[in-house]
Ligand binder design. Structure first.
Ligand SMILES: Nc1ncnc2c1ncn2[C@@H]1O[C@H](COP(=O)(O)OP(=O)(O)OP(=O)(O)O)[C@@H](O)[C@H]1O
Length: 255
């Protein structure tokens, strides 16, 4: 095993609300290696978003240590993030949103047009660069959000229920595209409520228990990551078996 991209050691997090500590997550240990597509599933309120906030550095753990790339995470520097809502700038074009992200990432002005075109191509939106963000569909907006998150070439991509607001067909198409976002270098941590989505996307699924979330199941998903059509994969016996195992764990923690 190489150097982990993410390492959580004895991490627990509580929020303080109305003078009461509300335990939200942990204690838990978790490592994410380069190339992993980790999908986190768990009941509502089990601390999934809290986990992402700790990894992105927007929140510090109450106890334990969070390390990203070997040190404490610096918000906005180490990771790209995609949320449930695309959060695009409506006063900019599709391409403009991506160019702005490149500028924030410190990419020199002369390189930005070419990098913008490359990112548009990567998310299948070359034709739509000049449109305003309200002139494209919800699925296309979420593609722009993904391109924007990739602008800084982050080693780690965090995705917090990014497809929850999309229709089923659009959601499946985006899942097929997003599945290939990991490579030997990059890892993805993806949060969802959907067991099907988890098994389709993941190279590994973690199921969190009810609040405060702890690791109830940590399951490798050894499905092929290329060369098999998505429909065939979703219809396979291996897929069904893994889905059954994850669904069983989700039912058990919810009971
Ligand atoms: N800023 C906050 N202040 C107080 N409590 C909070 C805060 N943010 C989250 N919580 C509480 O911490 C717990 C975990 O919240 P979190 O949003 O991480 O869960 P989640 O698993 O992402 O939930 P969901 O699936 O519903 O999005 C919940 O009980 C929530 O009410």
């Amino acid at each position: 095993m190489g150097e982990p991209l993410v390492e959580l050691t004895g991490v627990a997090h509580s929020y303080r609300a109305n003078r009461v500590d509300v335990p939200a997550l942990g204690p838990l240990d978790l490592r994410v290696e380069p190339g992993e597509f980790l999908v986190v599933v768990g009941p509502s309120g089990s601390g999934k978003s809290t986990l992402l906030r700790l990894v992105s550095g927007f929140e510090r753990p109450t106890t334990g240590a969070v390390e990203v790339l070997g040190g404490p995470p610096v918000p906005g520097r180490d990771v790209g993030t995609v949320f449930q809502q695309p959060r695009l700038f409506p006063w900019q074009s599709v391409a403009g949103n991506i160019t702005t992200a490149l500028r924030w990432a410190g990419v020199p002005g002369a390189d930005r047009p070419q990098r913008t075109r490359g990112l548009l191509a990567q998310v299948g939106l070359v034709e739509l660069g000049r449109r305003r963000t309200w002139e494209i569909s919800g699925g296309q907006q979420q593609r722009v959000a993904i391109a924007r998150a990739l602008a800084a070439r982050p080693r780690l991509l965090l995705m917090d229920e990014p497809f929850a607001a999309l229709d089923a067909l659009t959601r499946e198409r985006l899942q097929e595209d997003v599945r290939s976002l990991t490579d030997g270098e990059r890892a993805v941590v993806f949060v969802t409520h959907s067991v099907d989505e988890a098994v389709f996307l993941a190279s590994r699924v973690v199921v969190l228990s009810d609040r405060p979330g702890r690791v109830a199941l940590d399951l490798p998903v050894p499905l092929p990551r290329s060369g098999v059509p998505a429909d065939e994969l979703r219809g396979s016996a291996e897929f069904a078996a893994l889905r059954g195992e994850v669904a069983g764990a989700v039912r058990a923690v919810a009971a």
